[in-house]
Design a binder for this molecule. Structure first.
Ligand code: ADP
Length: 447
């Protein structure tokens, strides 16, 4: 087996430079764990207009690299608090204020933009002295690289990771489906949890690509994401009011009363606080929370942004029941941490969930998850650390939450056991990085 493996990770997002959701978190955290395993890892992303070039000390390494009739400039920085090199490709198409043209949607502006990025990645590599053995591709944005490598005869292997099968990058006038190309043309394919890897072979979850996924079934793996356990850590978190540990869980309620007060509610440590932090889109099942939930003996705090119809439905609950619901429509990392630390219960009612990070973050903060049993939620939430429901409807979610509340109020010992079981779980990236390393090695042993 080779030691000093060279891996290039290509993606549309990278936390903290450019994040929209879980994809950015994965690309920002996996390389740190790979470096610890001795893998020579580098990252390449577009140089978006929103990336702060002074904050990250980004330096030009080569200008005017030709891509057909276009030219790009290649810049370099390091992933903060690491020595991991990050390449950034600069071109006018990446100058906009947002990473995606429409919220995660595969608009035609985006398919053009990311196909160009994919071409540029291979051209820019020639301008560096870094010769990766494997390019690790992530979602449809970088899938075209798999096709180019396959047809170009380069001596490079590709791993394609599916983070969310629902967004596919369909180029309408050319009938190209970039997600499908990634699946078919890469050396190996994986997705972000074992359960989702099985689910996507079915019509229910396959988003129309189940047949081609079945073709690659033997080369399709499921590797659960980790979370950044330094960034999400109740003993050191710089955003929260009071730090706490497994031994001092009672201090958690100081975070609850601080958040209640910040939100304009009276301080009340005895009422259960139910949190939810997510994108407000159909996938996340926020519409399962209905007016009937106002009857439950608890308070709800919802943080997120997304589609107007979901935002308005939640805001109207807040308007009607101001003592029960607080709804914050924004992206706010600090408030998110405060909600994890303050919540007794955390909701993840997703219709589908490739992996899901918020249930793991919640458990790390001693909040007990109530989750729909699907995808990565099925792999992480069980009767020992949380509550779950099977069918995606309001009544099932209501029942599961009601059950959780009964235990919270009447069986404190059982409640504490659930919290402790969640807190003790190891969601660090180390284990998953070892699984990725196995796949990289498997690729190198392939003909
Ligand atoms: P997805 O990638 O589908 O959005 P994940 O559960 O994999 O969902 O990852 C979501 C990540 O984004 C978590 O770190 C979560 O805390 C964060 N997040 C989502 N919405 C917000 C928000 N409005 N403000 C702050 N953080 C958010």
């Amino acid at each position: 087996m080779k030691n000093n493996l060279k891996i290039l990770i290509a993606a549309a997002e990278l936390t903290p430079l450019a994040k929209v959701g879980g994809l950015g978190d994965v690309v920002g955290a996996l390389p740190k764990a790979l470096i610890n395993l001795g893998v020579n890892t580098r990252i390449i992303i577009p140089f978006y207009g929103l990336i702060d070039r002074n904050k990250y000390q980004i330096k030009l390494i080569k200008n005017n690299i030709g891509i057909g009739r276009q030219a790009v400039n290649l810049w370099q920085t390091i992933l903060p608090e690491t020595r991991i090199p990050v390449y950034l490709i600069e071109h006018g198409v990446f100058n906009g204020k947002n990473i995606y043209h429409g919220a995660l949607a595969d608009s035609q502006t985006d398919t053009r933009k990311f196909t160009f990025f994919s071409q540029a990645v291979l051209a820019c590599l020639k301008a560096t002295n870094f010769r990766p053995e494997v390019i690790h591709l992530n979602d449809w944005h970088t899938a075209a690289i798999a096709t180019m490598v396959k047809t170009g005869g380069q001596n490079i292997k590709t791993l394609y990771t599916i983070h969310n099968l629902a967004n596919q990058g369909v180029i309408k006038d050319k009938g190209r489906n970039l997600m499908a190309e990634g699946i078919l043309n890469s050396g190996l394919v994986n997705t972000v949890s074992p359960t989702y890897a099985k689910e996507i072979l079915t019509q229910e979850y396959g988003c129309g690509l189940e047949k081609i996924l079945i073709k690659r079934k033997k080369q399709l793996y499921g590797i659960l994401n980790g979370i950044d356990t330094d960034f999400f850590n109740p003993t050191t978190d710089k955003f929260i009011k009071r730090h706490y540990l497994v031994r001092s869980l009672a201090a958690k309620s100081a975070n609850k009363t601080a958040l209640q007060s910040q939100l304009g509610w009276p301080r009340d440590k005895n009422t259960t606080l139910v949190g939810l932090v997510t994108r407000f889109v159909r996938q996340k099942g926020v519409d399962l929370i209905t007016e009937k939930f106002s009857r439950l003996n608890c308070q709800f705090i919802f943080l997120g942004t997304g589609e107007k119809k979901y935002e308005s439905a939640l805001l109207s609950l807040e308007k009607k029941y101001p003592d029960k619901f607080k709804v914050q429509i924004k992206f706010d990392e600090k408030l998110a941490h405060r909600i994890y630390a303050a919540s007794d219960i955390f909701l993840i009612p997703s219709r589908f969930e490739p992996c899901g990070l918020t249930q793991m973050i919640a458990m790390r903060y001693g909040a007990v998850p109530v989750a729909r049993l699907t995808g990565g939620l099925k792999d992480t939430v069980n009767d020992n650390n949380g509550f779950s429901f099977k069918k995606s409807n309001p009544a099932e979610l209501y029942k599961a939450l009601d059950q959780a509340l009964t235990i919270f109020y009447h069986q404190p010992k059982i409640w504490r056991r659930l919290q402790l079981n969640g807190l003790k779980q190891n969601f660090s990236w180390e284990k998953s990085a070892k699984e990725y390393l196995k796949l990289y090695k498997k690729l190198l042993n392939k003909k």
